[in-house]
Design a protein around this ligand. Structure first.
Ligand code: E4P
Length: 217
């Protein structure tokens, strides 16, 4: 499963990229606003740090205007992935851009039928929002299971990008279902490394090592 960071914070992206485990980045207008940075500038800087897809979202609502925005965004770097909302105009834009070889991430997906439409529109990634789904009394992971079944039934190439990830259990369940990608806030990605028994084990080994009086170097 690929790991994307859901953030526009450069320090976090640099830190995660240095682990060699970061496969891409997703941003959205709220994350750009939170960063306080210029959209074009920060997207370019993220694209320079990460080799994989960097999602940059259009804000227009009609197809023609989305295409114009996408034209500007895709000039930022080769690894820019245009993010469009799951609407009729968004999918029309998705079809046009992917037919032209541009990566597209269809965002704000909340049903398996929407995911089916996005795959038919040739989306590179579909982003079902599991956290927001859970928040509204639905089961986010059931949505991922349904999309996985549909995509497997018809051998769609669209990758399932689990979004709105809130905790490490979302990551585990995504991997068990066989989702292609998950995007999570840096805090959640860092939590994946932790286990209390790992810390305890290191402490114990180091204590015993001290007793040997030896050093490796
Ligand atoms: C995905 O691409 C979105 O940016 C993101 O996962 C939204 O998550 P949120 O529900 O935490 O805002």
């Amino acid at each position: 499963m690929k790991f994307f960071a859901d953030t526009a914070e450069l320090d976090d992206i640099k830190e995660l990229a240095a682990t060699g485990l970061l496969d891409g980045v997703t941003t959205n207008p709220s994350l750009i606003a939170k960063s306080g940075r210029d959209f074009m500038e920060v997207t370019k800087e993220i694209c320079d740090i990460v080799d994989g897809p960097v999602s940059a979202e259009v804000v227009a609502l009609d197809h023609e205007a989305m295409m114009k925005e996408a034209e500007v965004l895709r000039k930022i770097a080769d690894n820019v992935c245009i993010k469009v909302p799951l609407t009729i105009d968004g999918l029309k834009t998705c079809k046009a851009l992917t037919s032209d070889g541009t990566m597209v991430n269809v965002t704000l997906c909340f049903s398996a039928n929407q995911a089916l439409l996005a795959a038919k529109a040739g989306a590179t990634f579909i982003s079902p929002f599991v956290g927001r789904h859970d928040d509204n009394g639905f089961n986010g992971m059931e949505l991922i299971e349904d999309i996985k079944t549909i995509y497997d039934n018809y051998l769609f190439d669209t990758e399932i990008l689990v979004a709105s990830v809130r905790h490490v259990t979302h990551v585990l369940e995504s991997a068990l279902i066989g989702a292609d990608v998950m995007t999570a806030p840096p805090k959640v990605i860092k939590q994946l490394f932790n286990h209390v028994l790992t810390d305890k084990g290191i402490e114990g080994f180091l204590k015993d090592w001290e007793k040997t009086g030896q050093s490796i170097i």
